[in-house]
Design a protein around this ligand. Structure first.
Ligand code: ATP
Ligand code: MG
Ligand code: MG
Ligand code: MG
Length: 478
């Protein structure tokens, strides 16, 4: 079986052989971009080049970028572990042309790499182009031997890439692979018939997006032409590894299997492909997110990037209960992440001990309140059900947060298991009230409203605590 690391290398080699400069991945937690909590696409670090600022005159680049999609416009958290191809942390392979080659080379090389070099069966590859992008459609026809019946035209939702409300954008062409399970055309195929739930159906997996950067979206919504045309591509590394290794899930690749096997050994439980495998998949996914973001300088905390990490850790820790773990165990998985990723990303190997100790400390902290919090949540759920109410109030969600350290999304997740929802809006309102109270105490020179463990301190600005990273803050996407 071709190993993941050889696949990563062969992508980079393919493009360096075509005069692309290898540029190291930027950190997964950007330190210098206030619009972005986490790097969510390979192009993030090249944003200013697209807009015309290219001091090093870079004309072609290639890399594998560390990405996280847990916030802002791209938030895949709810999909993770339920389906087999969305992760919180993942690598995005990418090649770029900055005012150099354009659609023809981008498409031709993409086809050559996947069908010639990697040998994917041509009859299983589908391409999409933007509705009126006749150029791209023609190039697919003339420069590749793809069956024209497998080129589709799609609207802006899938095939017009936008950086955000403003910024570089343009039509794109996506490549999908038919993994052959069930009979669904796309993930959200209205005629979905494969029998897996729609979210989990992954017969046609999107593997690569080729973006043709040619406009800049202005504040008033109009498009202006960029001074040059660029190529920006993003390929899901774990997905292509899955396809090349011929397994039915990203989790069955050598990127995740060692983690799952270690969990099996520690828990004595056996991994399954279906729903029963969700705890294994979520923990394996979240471990990588934790190791990479802590390595890149994020610490669990009560706001911003640190709070996203805390939520992820607590979510994974609670899934650990389902595998029978009753004490900190996640830190024991750090060496497994290091052994599969440490060569490509040496920073992960260098900081492994530190990362393990941060994770262990945070696990231990949460472990103290998890059991009582779960009991309290169960009681609440019973009471709500008995009263015929379907939604746990914002005040109760807030109580679980303040007293037991349950992030609102964790409460929502557990509530769903009882057939209930959690009022996250109402919770955000409680947080705002608490913050206002806190401010008035401080205005009076009295800090006593703040608890020493920090859980009642509202350190988020502007009342955007729980919606902040789900709304406007991240704006970049591929
Ligand atoms: P999807 O439709 O599957 O959510 P996307 O269209 O949001 O993917 P892009 O923004 O086009 O993804 O990103 C480029 C590539 O990155 C995708 O073609 C896919 O292979 C990969 N990718 C996107 N999101 C994830 C994720 N959460 N986990 C793993 N790979 C991803
Ligand atoms: Mg997506
Ligand atoms: Mg898509
Ligand atoms: Mg896409």
């Amino acid at each position: 079986m071709k190993q993941a690391k050889d696949i990563r290398d062969s992508y980079i080699r393919f493009f360096t052989e075509r005069a692309h400069t290898f540029v190291k991945s930027s950190p997964v937690a950007p330190q210098d971009d206030p619009t972005l909590l986490f790097t969510n696409a390979g192009m993030n670090q090249f944003k200013s080049i697209f807009l015309g600022d290219n001091p090093k005159n870079l004309s072609r680049a290639v890399n594998s970028q560390k990405c996280m999609r847990v916030s802002g416009k791209h938030n895949d958290l709810e999909e993770v572990g339920v389906d087999h191809h969305h992760h919180t942390f993942f690598e995005m392979l990418g090649n770029w042309s900055f005012g150099d080659y354009y659609k023809k080379e981008a498409i031709k090389w993409a086809w050559e790499l996947i069908t010639d070099v990697w040998g994917l069966p041509k009859e299983k590859v589908y391409a999409t182009v933007y509705t009126d992008d006749d150029d791209a459609y023609e190039i697919w026809n003339s420069e590749t031997d793809i069956d024209p019946a497998r080129i589709g035209r799609h609207g802006a939702e899938d095939n017009f890439w936008e950086m955000g409300e403003t910024g570089p954008c343009g039509p794109c062409s996506e490549i999908h692979f038919d993994t052959g399970e069930g009979t669904c055309i796309y993930e959200n195929d209205p005629n979905h018939t494969c029998g897996v739930n729609v979210e989990g159906c992954g017969r046609y997996v999107e593997i690569w997006n080729l973006v043709f950067m040619q406009y800049n979206r202005q504040k008033d919504g109009t498009l202006t032409e960029l001074s040059a045309k660029h190529i920006d591509t993003g390929m899901g590394f774990e997905r292509i590894v899955r396809v090349i290794q011929g397994v039915r899930s990203n989790y069955e690749t050598d990127l995740f299997m060692p983690l799952i096997e270690k969990m099996e050994a520690l828990s004595g439980k056996t991994y399954e492909f279906g729903e029963a495998g969700i705890p294994f998949r979520v923990i394996a996914d979240h471990m990588r997110a934790l190791v990479f973001s802590i390595t890149d300088g994020v610490s669990p905390s009560n706001d911003g990037q640190g709070y996203v990490i805390r939520r992820i850790l607590r979510r994974a820790y609670r899934y650990g209960r389902k595998l029978g773990f009753t004490e900190p165990f996640m830190h024991r998985l750090v060496p497994v992440v290091v052994s599969s990723m440490g060569e490509a990303f040496p920073e992960v190997a260098e900081r492994a001990d530190y990362v393990a100790s941060v994770i262990e400390g945070e696990e231990a902290r949460f472990d103290k309140t998890l059991e009582t919090g779960l009991t309290r949540l169960e009681e609440l759920a019973e009471a709500y059900r008995a009263a015929g109410k379907g939604v746990i109030s914002g005040a109760d969600v807030f109580l679980l947060y303040g007293t037991y350290g349950f992030p609102a999304d964790l409460t929502a997740l557990i509530a769903r298991e009882y057939g209930l929802e959690a009022d996250e809006e109402g919770f955000a309102e409680e947080m705002r009230k608490q913050k206002a109270h806190d401010r008035s105490l401080r205005a009076g020179g009295d800090d006593q409203g703040l608890s020493p463990d920090g859980w009642t301190i509202l350190s988020h600005e502007g009342g955007t605590v729980f919606t902040g990273y789900d709304t406007a803050r991240d704006t970049v996407q591929v």
